[in-house]
Write a protein of this length. Structure first.
Length: 445
């Protein structure tokens, strides 16, 4: 095992690629101010401009050259841990393999499993590689700590800030490639295509809001508990690439609509819900319509580009998804879930796994039951052990996020066992008491 105490007597943290919008720059500066030695690695022009931290370095090589470079970096700095966003990005998957060999702890950020108001921060990996399922006790005594309700700051919608941040980041990556060549990111998109796609996303969102709001009112009123939701995901999401077991949006639509036409009750409706961040890059509306028409159920299939997912789930008869975290929201609202891919929340009492194609046919009339007590405990387990109150895209919440990250590092095994020395005192960050300090007191690993 590597000795994780660096030559400066402090603790080195390596930051790899972060979320769009500059949060990793803020995180790196905040950690450095509070006694950590921070080394930030940039992989493209957007990283360099948005996440600049003193002590940053640029990796300008290829993906094939990255593992060897990263291992040399680890042996030079002896990091206490490595922080990244999205554990299955190719650069991060390779770095995780190196860290496993060198026994360097990895913590990975991700979009919130519980939304809104949260982001994900957990050891080892995210989604299907998360440790949440394996660390969740099948039964717990009354009053166990995971049932303690946290204090949470309501943050509001981050959709438009996220859209702007994604547009800027994608355009900077593409512009850097054109001007300088190189630049690594898991999504290979050109400057022109990104600009067009995000403009199209905005136009489609604005054009669909009124139509979809009216459809949502009808669904949650006269059709409550008579419709099923087909939750689509971003087409090139790494969840789809690595954990979907071969399923795509197209194959999901074909299988689900065919089964719905054959086996669903005659008065049931199927609502195809597109992911809001995919509006500019893909549209499945024509495919869904063509499949429904061919199956003879066009009048019972609706396509929503927008809509408030929690409201729709509260009134739905069930949700079918490949492995979206929308499934967690559905479980919270006691909406039955059928999962096709790998998802850490797919277990008896929470969500059913697709065993074979007959599972589709059965789902419309014999939806799996959710155990309310198990669902409540699992949700709190997820929040307590992987969620931080805040948003990557709302800058006003960044001081809150930074304080919680430092709190997790202080309470975790990283400081107690791996470093084996005093933790530097955290300087006051100056964020408002409205951010809810009680939240920090409940986190432990």
């Amino acid at each position: 095992m590597v000795d994780f105490v660096d030559g400066s007597g402090g603790k080195t943290i390596l930051l790899l690629q972060g979320p769009v919008g500059g949060f990793f720059g803020h995180l790196g500066k905040g950690l450095a101010e509070n006694g950590y030695k921070v080394v930030k690695v940039h992989f493209n022009a957007a990283d360099r401009l948005l996440d600049a931290v003193r002590g940053s370095l640029d990796f300008t090589g290829s993906l094939a050259e990255w593992p060897a470079f990263f291992e040399r970096l680890c042996r030079r700095h002896f990091p206490a841990l490595v922080l990244m966003f999205g554990d299955r990005r190719p650069i991060h998957a390779a770095a995780s393999d190196v860290c496993a060999r060198l026994d360097v702890p990895v913590y990975s950020f991700e979009e919130g499993y519980i939304r809104p108001n949260y982001v994900t921060f957990e050891p080892h990996g995210n989604n299907a590689r998360s440790l949440l399922a394996s660390t969740f006790p099948a039964a717990g005594p009354a009053g166990q700590s995971d049932m303690t309700p946290p204090a949470v700051t309501e943050l509001g919608s981050a959709f438009w800030p996220m859209s702007r941040a994604a547009t800027l980041y994608s355009c900077l990556v593409a512009a850097g490639r054109q001007a300088l060549g190189g630049g690594l990111h898991h999504r290979e998109r050109s400057l022109r295509s990104e600009a067009v796609s995000w403009a199209r996303c905005t136009m489609r969102h604005l054009a669909s809001r009124r139509r979809d709001a009216a459809a949502q009112d009808r669904l949650t009123g006269e059709s409550t508990k008579k419709y099923f939701i087909l939750g689509l995901q971003v087409f090139d999401d790494l969840q789809i690439k690595h954990h979907a077991m071969g399923w795509t949006a197209e194959t999901l639509l074909r299988a689900a609509i065919a089964s719905f036409a054959k086996a669903a009750p005659a008065d049931a409706l199927l609502v195809v819900k597109q992911h809001p961040l995919d509006l500019g890059h893909r549209s499945y509306e024509k495919l869904a319509g063509d499949l429904a028409a061919a199956a003879g159920c066009l009048d019972r299939v609706l396509y929503l580009r927008t809509g408030h997912a929690p409201t729709l789930l509260r009134h739905a008869a069930g949700l079918i998804t490949i492995n979206s975290t929308l499934g967690l929201s559905a479980i919270h609202h006691h909406c039955p879930v059928l999962v096709l891919g790998n998802a850490f929340y797919a277990r008896n009492g929470l969500a059913a796994r697709l065993a074979d194609f007959s599972s589709f046919d059965d789902f419309w009339t014999a939806t799996p039951q959710i155990d309310p007590e198990l669902a409540a405990r699992f949700r709190q387990h997820v929040i307590n052990h992987s969620q931080l109150n805040g948003s990557f895209y709302l800058r006003s919440s960044w001081p809150l996020l930074l304080a919680q990250v430092e709190d997790r590092l202080r309470l975790g095994e990283i400081d107690k066992a791996t470093i084996g020395r005093e933790v530097p005192a955290r300087k006051p960050r100056g964020f408002s008491p409205a951010y809810g300090h009680p939240l920090l007191e409940r986190h432990s690993l």
